[in-house]
Design a protein around this ligand. Sequence first.
Ligand code: C5P
Length: 351
Amino acid sequence: MILPATDADRRLAPAVRLAPAKVNLTLAVLGRRPDGFHDLHSVMVPLDLADRLSVSVLPPGSEDSLHVEGFDPGPAADNLVARAIAVARRHARAAWGRGEPPPLAARLDKRIPVAAGLAGGSSDAAAAVDAAVEAWGVELGDETRHRIAAELGSDVPFFLAGGPALVEGRGERVTPLAWLRDAPSGAEPARPGLLVVTPAMGVSTPAAFAAFDAGAAGPGGAARLASMHLADELRAGLRIADLLARTSVLAAANDLAPAAAVVAPGLVGFKRALLRLLARPVGLTGSGPTHWALYASLDEAEDAADRVRRAVADGDLPAPGGTDPFVAAARILARNPDPEPARDTATRREP
Ligand code: C5P
């Protein structure tokens, strides 16, 4: 017999979120700011390549815990999920009204490579704030959520937009963008496929910005123009064919690419080999090392992913980093994904 869930059951059910990866279709660095950060102009899109986070309330007197499976995110002390929960707790005190909101157990299934330019850690942090607030049953206003996100990191506010967005300032100014307009309203929106290939090496974002400041920059202005154009065209309503026609411009529109090549010189030969293999434009997301190629559909991106895996296996695509690169075909999302029907919802804890 199935009994209806009670309020107590709902409190015990973990809050589950999918935390999507992002790709920068464009990334213009406009200049260094007095605070040491850089002003950006970037069109960012979420992918259905996502980490999965579940958060549940622990009995009073326990401590926050974090269990991670999948890619190793590095030292627990640096983990953005743990920091996000601590910062969210600080901001949730007033809404909770009875001292500290209770400790949480977080489980993170990391499917997005780490330090890859895909902002997995930042996405986990945004998801953790959202899941923590749901687990505690408190409300936080949009302004507070935005302040928390900006405090956690430059890439975090993007994930509050829930879809493609123009990102400016240090990362804190996020303007949602309309996505492609092929599908009639109500129908499944058109979704191009993206191939992502991540050599097995991290590129440090601060090191890439430092190399940029030291002069590792391409001819100024082209990435900015391409980025402004793309944002304007998406606002006006772009079709998938128009987006594909612009891939070579977009693939070149990353001001951090020369800096990434200084920090990780192996990326230069790797990109050249990937270009030869795929025979289409290849872009870099963030400060790398993940490269992307855009396709009209997920099927086409999957064929390309198979080709890359075969070339790696046959030794025809030497990738820096010692071990095989991460290769995936993903969809660009018009909206953030809903968590799949969860494996671990609504289980009653043993007393
Ligand atoms: O904000 P976040 O901690 O993710 O940034 C990591 C580093 O990347 C910063 O310490 C800074 O060196 C660099 N950064 C920057 N300008 C930005 C974003 C990041 O210089 N807009």
